[in-house]
Design a protein around this ligand. Structure first.
Ligand SMILES: *Cc1c(COP(=O)(O)O)cnc(C)c1O
Length: 389
C-alpha cells in the first residue's frame, strides 16, 4: 500500500465532508432531517468511511441505489437507517427485512410483490413510496389525469400487509438548473408532490413520518421543499456551484506523480495518433494516470494538471495507464514530484466542464485500482486498496 501511494492515489478528506455536513445542517435548521446519498461508493469517496462518518455525526438516513450497496454498509457496522432508491428483486425481500433496510416502492406491481414476499417470510418491510412528479423515471405517476389513480395506488400500497410505509419521496429533474422555466418546473413538481401527500394522508387517515424531495439543487435554492428531510449528494462532497455558494470544501484530491521525464526536440509527435507535435525543445513528464484510472480520454490535449510550479498542459492522447504533461518551463518539477489532477488546487468543476460533463461523473470514474487515503483531524486514518488481494 505504501508503495502504490507514491504512484496515483485519492486523498479523501473526511474533515471536509464533516465540515460540509455541519454547514448544510446550519442552513437547513435543527428540525429538518438529513439523508446523505452514498450510492456509487459515495460518488467514489468510499461509502463505508463516509457512511460511518455520517452515522457518527448524527445524520438520520443514508441512501444507496442497490441492495449490494446497502449490505456493504451493514456488514461494515453501519447501523443507521438506509434507503434503497432503486430496484430490488423480490427474492431479496427477506434479506431487506433481516438487515433492516428500507426499500423504495415505485409502482403497484412492486408493492404487490414486496407485500407478498414480506407476508411469506412473516416480517414487515419498511418502505418509502416514490412519486413521479416530472422526472419521468421511477415512481407512481400522479400528473394530470393520472392523479386519482396514482393516489389510489399509493393508498393501496400503504395498506398492504407486510409493508410499513414510513416515508414518501419524489425527485426533481431540473432543480440544479437556472432559468424561469426550470424554476417553474421544480415548483410544479413540488406542488404536485404535496398535493399527492395531502390526498393520500386524507384517505389513509394517518401521516407519513418522513416526506423528502430536496436534492443538492433544491437544498440550496428552494428552502420551501425541505419538508421533513433533505437528500443531497454532490453538495455533501463539496463540488459544483451550489457547494461554492455555501463555501463548502471539495472532499477528494486526486494525485499522481511524475514517473519519467524525457526531453524531445522540436517536431516530436507525442503519444497515440501523434495529435500533439512539439514546436520547440520540450520537457515532457510521464504520469501513471490514464483512462483506466478514471481520466477521460476526451480531455486529451485539452486540460492542465497542477504541479508545484503551476498548471502544466496535458499533451497528446491520454492512454489507458498513462498520460503526458509539458513541464518545459517548470525546472523544479522532477521525477517523483506530485501532480494534482483535481482537488484543492485544481478545480474538479472546471475539469468536468472541459470534459463536457458534470463533476459527479469524474469522481465516480476514479477506478478501483486507485488507492484511497482517508484523512481525519488532519491525519491519515486509513489506506484502502480496492483490488482483490
Ligand atoms: C442521486 C440522487 C440524489 C442526490 O442527488 P444530488 O444531485 O447529488 O444531490 C437524490 N435523490 C435521488 C433519488 C437520487 O437518485
Amino acid at each position: 500500500m505504501e508503495s502504490t501511494l507514491r504512484r496515483t492515489w485519492a486523498n479523501i478528506n473526511l474533515d471536509a465532508i464533516a465540515y460540509n455536513y455541519k454547514t448544510i445542517k446550519e442552513h437547513i435548521g435543527e428540525e429538518v432531517k438529513f439523508l446523505g446519498v452514498v450510492k456509487a461508493d459515495a460518488y467514489g469517496h468510499g461509502s463505508i468511511r463516509v457512511g460511518k462518518l455520517l452515522q457518527e455525526l448524527g445524520a438520520n438516513y443514508l441512501a444507496v441505489s442497490s441492495i449490494d450497496e446497502a449490505l456493504e454498509l451493514r456488514v461494515n457496522d453501519v447501523t443507521m437507517p438506509i434507503l434503497i432508491l432503486g430496484h430490488t428483486p423480490k427474492e431479496q425481500v427477506e434479506r431487506l427485512i433481516k438487515y433492516n433496510i428500507t426499500q423504495a416502492v415505485t409502482c403497484k406491481a412492486k408493492a404487490v410483490e414486496y407485500s407478498a414476499e414480506a407476508v411469506k417470510c412473516g416480517g414487515n418491510l419498511k418502505v418509502h413510496i416514490k412519486v413521479d412528479t416530472g422526472m419521468s423515471r421511477l415512481g407512481y405517476l400522479c400528473d394530470n389525469e393520472s392523479f386519482g389513480t396514482g393516489v389510489e395506488g399509493i393508498v393501496e400500497a400503504c395498506n398492504m400487509p407486510g409493508l410499513e410505509a414510513e416515508g414518501i419521496f419524489t425527485h426533481f429533474a431540473v432543480a440544479d438548473e437556472f432559468g424561469e422555466k426550470n424554476d417553474e418546473y421544480t415548483k410544479h413538481q413540488f406542488k404536485l408532490f404535496t398535493d399527492v401527500i395531502t390526498a393520500v394522508e386524507e384517505k389513509l387517515g394517518r401521516k407519513f413520518a418522513i416526506r423528502h424531495c430536496a436534492n443538492t439543487g433544491a437544498t440550496v435554492r428552494f428552502k420551501e421543499t425541505y419538508l421533513d428531510m433533505v437528500r443531497p449528494g454532490l453538495l455533501l462532497y463539496g463540488y459544483g456551484e451550489f457547494a461554492r455558494e455555501w463555501g463548502l470544501k471539495p472532499a477528494m484530491t486526486l494525485k499522481t506523480t511524475v514517473s519519467t521525464i524525457k526531453i524531445y526536440p522540436a517536431g516530436t509527435a507525442i503519444s497515440y495518433g501523434g495529435i500533439y507535435v512539439t514546436d520547440k525543445k520540450t520537457r515532457i513528464g510521464v504520469l501513471p494516470y490514464g483512462y483506466a484510472d478514471g481520466f477521460f480520454r476526451s480531455l486529451s490535449n485539452k486540460c492542465s494538471l497542477m504541479t508545484k510550479e503551476g498548471l502544466a498542459p496535458q499533451r497528446g492522447k491520454i492512454c489507458m495507464d498513462m498520460c503526458m504533461i509539458d513541464i518545459t518551463d517548470k525546472p523544479l518539477v522532477d521525477v517523483g514530484s506530485e501532480v494534482e489532477i483535481f482537488g484543492e488546487n485544481n478545480s474538479l468543476d472546471e475539469l468536468a466542464a472541459l470534459a463536457g460533463t458534470i463533476p459527479y461523473e469524474l469522481t465516480c470514474a476514479v477506478s478501483k485500482r486507485v488507492p484511497r487515503q482517508y484523512i481525519r483531524n488532519g491525519e491519515v486514518v486509513e489506506k484502502e486498496l480496492l483490488l482483490r488481494m
